[in-house]
Design a protein around this ligand. Structure first.
Ligand code: UD1
Ligand code: MG
Length: 473
């Protein structure tokens, strides 16, 4: 199935969004509305795709380069309406084939619906096929007017509608397929004789009908697909519908989502079967999660790769690779380029950045690991900090296999700790530790006997010491 041309109208101001960002660049489940629309359009495989831009031209064009590099942009300098935008997009087009025209602010439209619309259009050999919907509240939409035989005669915009017309609940979705030649014939006939002083694309319908051209429609069974976003409340409504749709798909594919209303998964995320996701979690970007992983509660993964059987609780991870059966959290923070090998543990209040932690190694409590390579089977004691920043530059740390770093060690980079070495708790390690050595780098302890009894006379501590048999000397 291939259509000659698809045109996305995206030049509007989006005033009601009250935003410094173009409306079509606002995101729904991690992806811009324009990206959703372009992705759905790909189902009808257009030979060429044109996107009409105007407001926020630079940022919209830059985004188009990323999501649809082969699309052509058409600049609509003055927004004279949907008819005008379409006319600009049709310049230099030949008469053969069909064209899909739709707005860029309809993020829930599916590729399947566009395929069905195209099929209706081809079967009926119409000059125009309108995607319509019967909705509970038609306010704001153009209404579909039909004659006594049920044939479409024209479309009336809300602003032009009398009360009888306003009562019609079949609306224009703003998505159409036209025979290119027929649309080119009538597009020049539009006039601005309406309340907005604009060229309405919808007016081409009565011109086609007047020329005895066949006009048909496809009434969409699930009207939510055509919901348009005009303000942030509608953006949130559409995001919730998209969230449910994505979650449902994963659940049908074997993912357990304990609370789908608080689980937000981007369209781009891949999940394998028997993954379990607990409430309050967000999986974003190019995140991939393999079989039997447990994610959440309250865990955010951005562009992460999680291998089979890993468990991540109450944590935030970005651009990280989490190995097979790794155990992360609660309250861990994995920053860019964290590489956790199989069976690793990163425990509570541990931050890791640009570091590799080898298989079976553990960083269980209260630590910072930055710019470090850790071997296999190594244990990093509680509250260890890799001192990677000297105030101006970052330095690297290497820790070998089966190392035991004592609690509260400060490993001052650059530093190497050899295989099987130990560091004493509370050490500030500034020099390399050879394989198998114990590094002790702290003041030697001295006990000043009787000090509390002499200097804190009468205190509870002094009394306790006295009861334990301590004396002043
Ligand atoms: C339009 C339809 C209406 C339909 C509704 C569905 C017309 C006249 N009306 O109304 O029948 O029910 O969509 O959502 O077409 N745009 C441009 N250039 C312009 C004006 C608009 O590119 O000069 C773009 C906008 O960015 C937007 C789309 O066209 O993406 C639709 O424009 P909008 O002003 O939102 O039309 P509606 O009033 O919603
Ligand atoms: Mg609109």
């Amino acid at each position: 199935m291939q259509i000659e041309l698809a045109v996305v109208l995206a030049a509007g101001e989006g005033t009601r969004m009250r935003s410094g960002t173009a409306k079509v660049l606002h995101k729904v489940c991690g992806q811009t509305m324009l990206h959703h629309v372009v992705q759905s359009i790909s189902a009808i495989n257009p030979k060429s795709l044109k996107i009409v831009v105007g407001a926020h031209k630079e940022s919209v064009e830059a985004h188009i380069k990323e999501i649809a590099p082969s699309a052509k942009t058409v600049f609509q300098k003055v927004r004279n309406g949907t008819g005008h935008a379409t006319e600009l997009a049709l310049a230099n087009e030949s008469n053969a084939g069909s064209v899909l025209i739709m707005a860029g602010d309809i993020p829930l439209i599916t590729g399947m619906t566009l395929v069905e619309l195209f099929e209706v259009h081809q079967r009926s050999k119409s000059a125009a096929t309108i995607l319509t919907a019967t909705v509970p509240d038609p306010t704001g939409y153009g209404r579909i007017l039909r004659d006594e035989k049920g044939k479409i005669t024209h479309i009336v915009e809300e602003k032009e509608a009398d009360s009888a017309t306003k009562a019609i609940d079949e609306i224009n979705s703003g998505i159409y397929i036209f025979a290119l030649g027929k649309l080119i014939e009538v597009i020049g006939k539009l006039e601005r004789n309406n309340s907005q002083n604009e060229l309405y694309l919808t007016d081409v319908i009565e011109h086609l009908v007047a020329a005895n051209e066949p006009v048909s429609s496809y009434n969409i069974p699930d009207y939510v697909e055509i919901l348009g976003v005009n303000d942030r409340a509608k953006l949130a409504d559409c995001a919730a519908i998209m969230r449910d749709r994505i979650n449902e798909q994963h659940m049908f594919n074997g993912v357990s989502i304990i609370d789908p209303t608080t689980t937000w998964i981007d369209r781009s995320v891949e999940l394998s079967k028997d993954v379990t996701i607990f409430p309050g979690s967000a999986l974003q970007g190019n995140t991939k999660v393999s079989e039997n992983c447990v994610i959440g509660p309250r865990t955010t993964l951005v562009d992460c790769n999680v291998q089979a059987g890993a468990q991540i609780i109450e944590s935030y991870a970005i651009e990280s690779n989490i190995g097979e059966n790794a155990n992360v959290g609660p309250f861990s923070y994995l920053r860019s380029n964290t590489q956790l090998a199989a069976n690793t543990k990163v425990g509570a209040y541990v931050e890791v950045k640009n570091s590799k932690i080898g298989a079976d190694s553990k960083v269980p409590h209260l630590s910072y690991i930055g710019d470090a390579q850790i071997g296999t089977g190594t244990n990093i004691g509680a509250a260890t900090v890799i001192v990677n920043f000297d105030g101006e530059n970052k330095h690297e740390t290497k820790i070998g296999n089966h190392v035991r770093v004592g609690s509260d060690s400060m490993l001052v980079a650059p530093v190497n700790i050899g295989d099987g070495a130990y560091t004493a708790a509370g050490s500030v390690v500034t020099e390399d530790v050879p394989a198998g050595a114990l590094a002790v780098a702290r003041g030697k302890q001295s006990n000043i006997l009787g000090w509390v009894l002499r200097k804190r006379k009468g205190s509870k501590s002094a009394e306790a010491a006295k009861s334990a048999g301590a004396s002043e000397k």
